[in-house]
Design a binder for this molecule. Structure first.
Ligand SMILES: [Fe+2]
Length: 281
């Protein structure tokens, strides 16, 4: 067995055990109330408007619906998925960005997941990058499922959205560190992308160095437990960029809370779909 395959298998087993002991067991002990409470929280629509002179003038005022960390599986089932899909559809965005962790554990959830995500449409396209959970089982199934559903999976590549002179959208695959994110970004091409999709917010370090005006990320779930007064005081200690909006010079990063999670607890950290309007000034 190759080293990456062995590591993936180990990661899958670790995640399955964690899920059994930290999610399924406490939920069973509380007779399903953890899960019920988790999915009863309304999904907030978080609207933001950012401006950067690097943003292309032809796309001034574009609205992007940002959906992330669905974690489709035991905690987030079909009904909740449809709530998220309907909420994104209602926004009528010009572009939809899905920034990883589409499934919680198993890629075998993918057919039904993509049957529903296929309902998402936007004039500039619906783009997808993978997260760490999508890599636990069979990432290729996720990529293929996205493509077959009419979405545009980006695996260390960039495409023009909206024709030859369109918005340059880059998307990188899951990477754990700042240098690894930077390496993946370099694979996307030499041109400066207009929009970067990266599950890991650490990608912003390389994105800002390149002057990319907007990076959209997930992964942290906003820390899941945060202080009401300051979302950045949360349980994620391993990420400097853990929640909400960050700006360095003319580059913006938005880290969404996402809609799902692998652990059924959110305090002052509601599930959300972000809607970002980008302006040139
Ligand atoms: Fe996640």
């Amino acid at each position: 067995m190759s080293e990456p395959k062995r590591r993936r298998k180990l990661g899958y087993h670790t995640a399955t055990l964690r899920h059994a002991f930290l999610t399924k067991l406490p939920d069973a002990l509380l007779r399903g109330s953890l899960r019920a409470r988790h999915v009863a929280q309304p999904i907030e629509i978080a609207e933001h408007c950012f401006a950067s002179p690097h943003w292309p003038r032809d796309f001034d005022g574009v609205r992007i619906a940002h959906l992330s960390d669905i974690h489709y599986g035991h905690l987030l089932g079909e009904e909740r998925l449809m709530q998220a899909v309907d909420a994104v559809r209602a926004v009528r965005a010009d572009l939809v960005a899905i920034t990883g962790d589409l499934v919680d554990l198993s890629a075998h959830e993918a057919p039904l997941l993509f049957e529903r995500l296929a309902l998402l449409t936007a004039r500039l396209g619906v783009f997808v990058v993978l997260g760490n959970h999508d890599h636990l089982d069979h990432p290729r199934i996720i990529v293929r499922g996205a493509r077959d559903a009419g979405l545009i999976p980006l695996v260390d590549e960039s495409v023009r959205a909206g024709g030859r002179d369109g918005l340059l959208v880059a998307g990188i695959d899951w990477a754990t560190s700042i240098p690894a994110c930077g390496q993946r970004l370099r694979k996307c091409g030499t041109g400066r992308a207009d929009l970067l999709l990266a599950h890991n917010p650490k990608a912003f370090v390389a994105a800002e160095e390149r002057g990319i005006p907007l990076t959209l990320s997930g992964h942290t779930h906003g820390g899941q437990v945060a202080r009401r007064a300051n979302r950045r005081h949360n349980l994620v200690f391993t990420q400097r960029l853990s929640a909400g909006h960050y700006q360095v010079r003319d580059s913006h990063l938005y880290v969404t809370n996402g809609v799902g999670a692998w652990f059924p607890l959110r305090v002052n950290c509601p599930p959300e779909i972000a809607v970002i309007e980008m302006r040139t000034r």
